[in-house]
Design a protein around this ligand. Structure first.
Ligand SMILES: *Cc1c(COP(=O)(O)O)cnc(C)c1O
Length: 464
C-alpha cells in the first residue's frame, strides 16, 4: 500500500516510510492511496478472533510489504499483551440502546495506548533496519504524551520531546509524563494552549534547522499508523454487535478528530456504520464545521475535558481531502487560506461527503455532569468526563433507536478523579498498574510559548 499526502506534492511513501515520517514534507497528512475493503463474508469470519489476531487482519492491507503477516501478528500480540483486560477493549451495556466501549485498559489509562503501544514497537522494528536515529517531537493535551512516553522510554535509537500546555493537564496526566526519568525522554511545559504547542511542533517539521540535523517524527494522530490501529476496535465492537448483518452507530468524544476518523475508515472498509456522532465540548469548531460549514478557530476555553480543548483538529484535513474528492492541490490551497486567517468554509462536496456519515453535538459542562450521574445511577458505571461528553451526545442523538449506539470510553475515570467526584460524589481509585505515581520524582523543563526557545532546547538535547 502506498501513502499519499493530502496536499498533493510530497512523495508517496510505503507504510514504513509514512510511519517514520509522521507528517508529510508538504505539510499535509498521509492517507492510503485507496481504502482496502472487506466483504461481508470476511467480516463475518472475524467473529471469534482474539484482539491481536483481529488487529493483524485489519492492518495487513495497510502494512503491505513493510511487515510479514507473521511479524505483524507478533507485534500486535506483544502490544496488546500489556493491557489489563483480556478483551483489550471490553464492551459494556448501559441500557437497551446505549453501550460503552472501554478503551482505557492500557498502561497510561487512556485510549491513546491502543495505538501508541503498537507505534512504539513499529518504530523499534523499522529503526532496527538501519538509517538514522529518530527524534520524536509531539504536543499533548495530556493523554498522548503519557502514552507515547510509555511506549518509547528507554528504547534504543530514539528520543522524545513532549510539549504540554503548562497547568492545563490533570495532575495524574502530568505525573504520568514527568515521572518517567529515562534519559531519552524530555518533557517541556510551555506557556500557552495545546494549539500553540501543536503549531510549534508542526513548524519544526518545516524548519531546516531541525530537519537538516535530525530525522524527526510525530506521534500525534497526524501519524497514520495510529489511526490504523484505532480502526481495529470499531471492527471488534461491530462484529460483537452483529456486523455485517446489523448496523452500528458510534459517539466519539472528539478533539483532534483522530479517533472518530478511524471510524470513518472502518466504514470505508465495509463495516456497516450507521452514523458517527462527533461529540465536542464548548471548543466546538467541529460542531460548527459539520452543522453549517464554518471551520473557524476561536480561543481555546479550558474545560474539565482537557483532551478535547482544541480548536484546530488536524485530522479533519483527512476527511476534507477524502470527502472532497481527493484533490491535493485544492486542499493545499484551502489549508493555506486557513493557516493565514484561521477560518475557512467547507466546500459543498466536503459538506455533503461528511453529512453522509457524521452528525455532531456540542455538550456543555452541565450536560457532561448529567451524563456522568446517569451512567452511575442507571447503569452502575463511573465514567470519565470525556466519555461523559460522548455519552451525552449519544443520548440526545435522534437517529434510529433500534440501532445500537456505542460511546467510546476514552479515559479511565481515575485519570480525572476531581471532576468525577464533583459530579457523582465518588472518587475513583487509581488502578494498581500505575503504581506510586504521587511519590515519584518529576522531571520537566518550563519554557515560554516562544518557538525559538523550544526549538533551541530540542537542538541542544536531541541525539545525545
Ligand atoms: C485524545 C483524547 C480524546 C480526543 O481524541 P481525538 O482523537 O484527538 O479526537 C478524547 N478523550 C480522551 C480521554 C483523550 O485522551
Amino acid at each position: 500500500m502506498d501513502y499519499i499526502s493530502t496536499r498533493g506534492s510530497a512523495p508517496a511513501l510505503d507504510f514504513e516510510g509514512a510511519t517514520l515520517a509522521g507528517l508529510a514534507s508538504d505539510g499535509g497528512l498521509y492517507v492510503p492511496r485507496e481504502w482496502p475493503r472487506f466483504s461481508e463474508d470476511e467480516i463475518a469470519a472475524m467473529a471469534g478472533l482474539s484482539y491481536a489476531e483481529l488487529a493483524a487482519r485489519i492492518m495487513q492491507p495497510f502494512v503491505g510489504d513493510s511487515l510479514t503477516p507473521e511479524r505483524l501478528l507478533e507485534l500486535t500480540t506483544q502490544a496488546y499483551g500489556r493491557f489489563a483486560h483480556a478483551a483489550v477493549t471490553p464492551l459494556k451495556q448501559l441500557d437497551e440502546q446505549q453501550w460503552l466501549l472501554e478503551l482505557f485498559h492500557g498502561p497510561t489509562l487512556a485510549f491513546k495506548d491502543v495505538a501508541l503501544q503498537l507505534l512504539g514497537l513499529l518504530f523499534e522494528e523499522f529503526l532496527g533496519r538501519g538509517g538514522d536515529p529518530l527524534t520524536i517531537v509531539g504536543a499533548t493535551s495530556g493523554d498522548t504524551g503519557s502514552a507515547a512516553i510509555d511506549a518509547v522510554a528507554g528504547r534504543a535509537r530514539v528520543d522524545i520531546f513532549m510539549l504540554h500546555p503548562k497547568g492545563r493537564v490533570s495532575d495524574v496526566q502530568r505525573r504520568q509524563m514527568t515521572t518517567v526519568l529515562a534519559p531519552n525522554v524530555y518533557n517541556i511545559a510551555i506557556d500557552g494552549s495545546f494549539d500553540d504547542a501543536q503549531a510549534m511542533v508542526k513548524r519544526m517539521f518545516g524548519d531546516t534547522a531541525m530537519t537538516g540535523r535530525f530525522r524527526i517524527s510525530a506521534v500525534n494522530s497526524i501519524n497514520w499508523a495510529r489511526l490504523m490501529a484505532q480502526v481495529v476496535y470499531y471492527f471488534a465492537v461491530g462484529v460483537q454487535l452483529g456486523a455485517p448483518h446489523r448496523k452500528i452507530a458510534f459517539s466519539v468524544p472528539t478533539g483532534n478528530f483522530g479517533d472518530i476518523f478511524a471510524g470513518y475508515v472502518a466504514a470505508q472498509m465495509g463495516l456497516p456504520v450507521a452514523r458517527l456522532v462527533v461529540a465536542t465540548n464548548v471548543n466546538d469548531i467541529l460542531y460548527r464545521a459539520l452543522s453549517d460549514g464554518d471551520y473557524s478557530a476561536g480561543q481555546v476555553v479550558p474545560t474539565a475535558t482537557p483532551s478535547m480543548d482544541i480548536q484546530v483538529s488536524s485530522n479533519f484535513e483527512r476527511l476534507l481531502f477524502d470527502a472532497g474528492g481527493r484533490d491535493g492541490a485544492a486542499m493545499a490551497e484551502q489549508m493555506r487560506g486557513f493557516e493565514a486567517t484561521k477560518a475557512m468554509r467547507l466546500t459543498n462536496a466536503q459538506r455533503e461527503g461528511a453529512a453522509r456519515l457524521f452528525t455532531s453535538a456540542r455538550v456543555e459542562a452541565d450536560g457532561m455532569a448529567d451524563a456522568m450521574r446517569w451512567a452511575w445511577e442507571h447503569a452502575g458505571q463511573i465514567i470519565d468526563p470525556h466519555t461523559a461528553v460522548g455519552l451525552a451526545a449519544a443520548r440526545v442523538d435522534d437517529g434510529d433507536a433500534s440501532i445500537p449506539m456505542v460511546t467510546l470510553a476514552t479515559a479511565h475515570p481515575a485519570k480525572f478523579r476531581d471532576a468525577v467526584e464533583r459530579a457523582t460524589g465518588r472518587r475513583p481509585a487509581l488502578p494498581a498498574r500505575v503504581g506510586s505515581l504521587f511519590e515519584r520524582e518529576e522531571r520537566c523543563v518550563s519554557l515560554p510559548g516562544d518557538y525559538a526557545a523550544v526549538r533551541d532546547f530540542v537542538l541542544a538535547n536531541a541525539g545525545r
